[in-house]
Write a protein that binds this ligand. Structure first.
Ligand SMILES: C[S@@+](CC[C@H](N)C(=O)[O-])C[C@H]1O[C@@H](n2cnc3c(N)ncnc32)[C@H](O)[C@@H]1O
Length: 235
């Protein structure tokens, strides 16, 4: 049985091993399927999967209540599905996708009566019919798994493309401070990098108006970034 693994050094080490092995072969994302397949077989822990709604997303939902009924949402790199389920429980119409078929199958197994449409898809090559379809896109810890700036740029470009006019993107990422090296996986995002990535495609939404830098207690403390963007004109 997979348990809370976020601070488990072995879980992170196995994920790093797989990431390194696949990326050395020029395959940047294949390691996710390998890890989820091991996880499903009870042979590994998934370092980011705590089987609960992401706390920074849960806080945000509470802080900025709105009517979600019928709002078309996409959850990118949905992992084991908890965040997608939270949106569906509020009445949203949710598509949740992941590049790893085992993550999708695992989510469907965990939530057999779910209203969420789970599917396998690559954020870099989304189905054409998704262009401009979603009022709300949720991305948690997925942009950052692309190690290179050019790849991150492509991902942001695709996320912007998924949004309807005036659609909103909530991004939650592991952060790093200015000048801090990117280090090992999970390859945190810097605020300055984020500003470059969203440039001319997305604008910070006026509700919060800035990238929030949220410090999580720990030794050392962990920086999380949370930002709400929208398509369209600057607020
Ligand atoms: C660090 S995990 C975060 C998962 C989930 N959002 C969470 O917070 O628990 C990144 C997720 O993105 C997925 N992913 C990686 N590359 C992807 C791609 N090109 N398209 C869609 N999903 C991708 C991985 O399989 C993995 O589930």
């Amino acid at each position: 049985m997979t348990t809370f693994a976020q601070n488990d050094p072995q879980a992170r080490q196995r994920a790093r091993q797989l990431a390194q092995a696949y990326q050395a072969q020029g395959d940047f994302t294949g390691w996710f399927e390998a890890l989820y397949a091991e996880g499903r077989a009870g042979q590994a822990l998934i370092p980011w999967a705590d089987r609960a709604v992401n706390p920074y997303f849960a806080d945000w939902l509470t802080a900025y209540p709105q009517s979600w009924t019928g709002v078309r949402c996409a959850v990118v790199g949905c992992g084991l599905g908890d965040d997608a389920e939270a949106l569906a429980a509020l009445g949203a119409d949710v598509v949740a996708f992941d590049i790893a078929p085992s993550a999708v199958a695992w989510s469907q197994q965990r939530f057999p009566a779910s209203a969420v449409h789970y599917c396998t898809a690559d954020v870099l090559h989304p189905p054409a019919e998704w262009t401009g379809l979603f009022d709300f896109v949720l991305e948690i810890y997925t942009v950052q798994v692309f190690r290179e700036f050019a790849q991150r740029q492509q991902v942001l470009h695709q996320l912007a493309n998924l949004l309807s006019p005036q659609g909103k993107l909530l991004l939650i990422a592991r952060g790093r401070q200015a000048g801090e090296p990117i280090g090992q996986m999970p390859w945190p995002l810097a605020v300055s990098e984020l500003a470059e990535l969203v440039k001319e495609q997305l604008y910070l939404d006026g509700t919060v108006g800035s990238v929030e830098e949220l410090w999580e207690a720990g030794s050392p403390p962990i920086l999380r970034l949370r930002a709400l963007y929208r398509k369209g004109q600057r607020s």
